[in-house]
Write a protein that binds this ligand. Sequence first.
Ligand code: ADP
Ligand code: MG
Length: 273
Amino acid sequence: MAFHSPRAARVRPHAADVTPTEPAEAMEPGAPEGVAEAAPRRAPAHRRTPDGPLLRIRGLRRSFMVSGEPLHVLHDCSMDVERGEVVAIVGQSGSGKSTLLNLLGLLDTADGGEHVFDGVDVTRLREGRRARLRNHGIGFVFQQFHLLERRSALANVGVPMVLGGVPLIRRRAVARELLTSLGLGHRLHSQPHQLSGGEQQRVALARALSLNPALILADEPTGALDAATSEMIMDQLLEQAQHRGAAVIVVTHEPNVAARADRTIHIAEGRTY
Ligand SMILES: Nc1ncnc2c1ncn2[C@@H]1O[C@H](COP(=O)(O)OP(=O)(O)O)[C@@H](O)[C@H]1O
Ligand SMILES: [Mg+2]
C-alpha cells in the first residue's frame, strides 16, 4: 500500500452538518440519517468543505488542579492537520499526549489558545453542539479498545450511531458492512471477551468509522498488540482512513507506527515542536 505520499486536501464530506461561514453558536445540528453511511459519500450540494486545514490549534494550554495547585500539563501546543493527512504524535510518557488528544477529540476543553476543527471554532461551542461535532466528526481508537462488555461486536460498532439517532436497521447494516470489510464478518455476534486483542481493536476501528468521521484519533492503538497484529491494525486503520479521506492523528511510542505517518509532531513537557 502506498502510505508514503501526503494525502492532504482530499475531498471528503463535511464532518458536521454546519455552515462554516456562520458563527459557531448560530449553527444548527445535522440530520443524523445523512451521516450514517459506511461507504464514502459525496458532500451534498448545500455543504462545502471549509477553506483551511481540517484542524488548526495554536498555543493550546491545559492545566489541572492537583492538591490545590495548578499542574500545567500543556503549555503551548500548535499544529495544522490537513484533510486526509496522517500525523504521528510522539513523546515520552507523561509529556501530555493523551491530554492533547482529549482536547483534539473535544472530550476536554483547553484553558486557552485557538482550536478550529472543520471550520468551527470549538472554543465557542456549547456542550450539546460540541458533542454532536465530536460524535459525527471524530472517531476514537484507544490502546485498551474500550468496548462494552457483554455486548456483541455489532452492538459495539453501533454505539456512535445510537448517539447519532441512526435507526436500528440502518445501524445493523452499517456495522455489518464495516465489520465484514475488516475481516470480522464471522464475528458479528461475538462479545469482547470472546475476541483476541487484534479482533477487539478491529471492532473498535469499525466503531470509530461508523459515522464516517473527518478525523480519526488513535491513542497508542497498537500498544497492547504483538508486532504482527500491530502492523495489520495499522494497515487497516490507514487503508480505511485513506478510502474515506479521513485524517488520522496517531499517538505512538513505536517507530514502526510513526514511520507510517506523513509527518511526525513531537511533544515534550506539554509543548509541540
Ligand atoms: N485529569 C488530570 N488531573 C491531574 N493530572 C493529570 C490529569 N490528566 C493528566 N494529568 C497529568 O498530566 C501529565 C501528562 O499526562 P498524559 O497526557 O496522560 O501523558 P502521556 O499520554 O503523554 O503519557 C501527567 O503527569 C499526568 O499525571
Ligand atoms: Mg497517554
